[in-house]
Design a protein around this ligand. Structure first.
Ligand code: HEM
Length: 403
């Protein structure tokens, strides 16, 4: 058996990159899962849309990250190291295989601990309350709440001074556009942005080396594992990854989650009446409309997925957003059911790259949604919602609301 290549597969994958596909990718995912669950895209990549297949690939060490040298040589960009957007992404923990991945993850885990996250519970609850004041009378939910909350939390944790944080939003947005197919203009902006982020963080890291504070950058600068430490370049890359991964995705969880709740008033009302529902509610909102829709892997050896042979070097795209709606895994998957207990969506990935910030994102969302619904029981969307133009990261740039 071979991965299925057909005109219909090409059409569905193309539509997913178009505004209609981005607005509602789920019907396209369903068609792919039904007709070609292991499909071959026009560019040769193998596209997976079933939960079991995505889960298996993410947890199998025979699948990992592509060697950037080979990857960029194959697309005619051997000079990738000169581009800050590519350098930062491709040398970060997110993009490397063991043993380098194990080394970086171990060093950051010494500084970014569950205890550190739990200590944030009271300050985050307070911040949620303060930010909710800004929505009074209506406004843009992204600008007033969904962006400032995670950026303040990760900024505080890392040690980025408050006055400097807002400037990161457009920079991170521009940088992370390299996760999708990009035009030369978008690529130039991504590099400009990544360069600025690196310069800023290098400066901050130097200040913290000279004068350590109680923050993650200082802790990362001194984190050591059997005498091993992050180099200056690795420290800057790690801080950039944490800062970028720390808010864009969470901003989108808050925006997508609000839209999903408002579309299911019975569910919103259940959470308003019973805030204890928050932990399962957040898992369900993550499943229902995840801010990360896909992730890639490369076969590091000849292997198989669900009995289909996969050659060493093959690129795979795991549509985790599709896996999260797989009826073989979730009952009635297109229904939002906050009390659902058949959880474990793939929204935070799986295996060795499982999201490091998952406890932090959960904490923020579990405190935000019940507080939001209680404070503003009549909250509604107004006209003018605008989606981010990306398939990998799914969310809203603007989400006007009134209350
Ligand atoms: C709703 C919010 C979030 C979502 C949906 C999300 C999603 C993900 C996913 C899917 C991955 C794995 C990607 C892959 O396997 O290819 C990942 C990795 C990662 N995330 Fe998150 N994330 C979120 C929030 C955060 C936060 C708040 C932080 C930081 C504080 C963070 C830091 C990271 C890091 C450092 C990695 C790389 C881990 C590794 O490669 O070992 N994320 N995230």
């Amino acid at each position: 058996m071979e991965p299925l290549r057909s005109a219909e597969v090409d059409r569905l994958l193309f539509e997913l990159t178009q505004p209609t596909g981005r607005a509602d990718p789920y019907s396209y995912y369903e068609a792919l899962r039904r007709t070609a669950p292991i499909a071959r895209a026009e560019d040769g990549a193998i596209v997976l849309t079933r939960y079991a297949d995505c889960h298996a690939v993410l947890h199998d060490p025979r699948f990992g990250r592509a060697d950037p040298e080979k990857l960029f040589a194959s697309i005619g960009l051997p000079s990738w190291k000169e581009f800050p957007a590519l350098w930062t992404l491709n040398t970060s923990m997110l993009s490397v295989n063991p043993p380098q991945h194990t080394r970086l993850r171990r060093l950051v885990s010494k500084a970014f601990t569950a205890r550190k996250v739990e200590q944030l519970r009271a300050p985050v609850a307070e911040l949620v309350d303060t930010l909710l004041d800004q929505i009074d009378g209506g406004g843009d939910f992204v600008d007033t709440f969904a962006f400032p909350l995670p950026v303040a939390v990760i900024g505080e944790l890392l040690g980025v001074p408050e006055a400097d944080r807002a400037a990161f939003q457009p920079l991170v947005r521009d940088w992370t556009m390299v996760l999708d197919l990009f035009s030369p203009e978008v690529f130039a902006r991504a590099n400009q942005a990544a360069g600025q982020i690196r310069d800023y963080l290098a400066d901050l890291a130097q200040q913290r080396r000279r004068n350590p504070q109680d923050d993650l950058i200082s802790a990362l600068a001194s984190a050591s594992d059997d005498g091993d430490q992050l180099s200056e370049d690795e420290l800057v890359t790690m801080a950039a990854l944490l800062f970028a991964a720390g808010f864009e995705t969470t901003t989108h969880l808050l925006g997508n989650g609000l839209v999903a709740l408002l579309a299911s008033p019975d569910q919103a009302s259940a959470l308003r009446k019973d805030p204890e529902l928050a932990p399962t509610a957040v898992e369900e909102l993550l499943r229902f409309d995840s801010s990360v829709q896909l992730t890639g892997r490369t076969a590091l050896a000849d292997t198989k997925v669900a009995g289909v042979p996969i050659a060493k070097g093959a690129r795979l795209v795991c549509y985790t957003g599709a896996a999260n709606r797989d009826p073989q895994r979730f009952d009635d998957p297109n229904r939002l059911e906050l009390a659902r207990r058949d959880g474990a969506p793939l929204s935070f990935g799986g295996g060795i790259h499982y999201c490091l910030g998952a406890p932090l994102a959960r904490l923020e969302a579990q405190l935000a949604f019940p507080a939001l619904l209680t404070r503003y029981p009549n909250l509604q969307l107004s006209d003018g919602a605008q989606r981010r133009d990306s398939l990998t990261l799914r969310g809203y740039l603007h989400l006007p609301v009134n209350c």
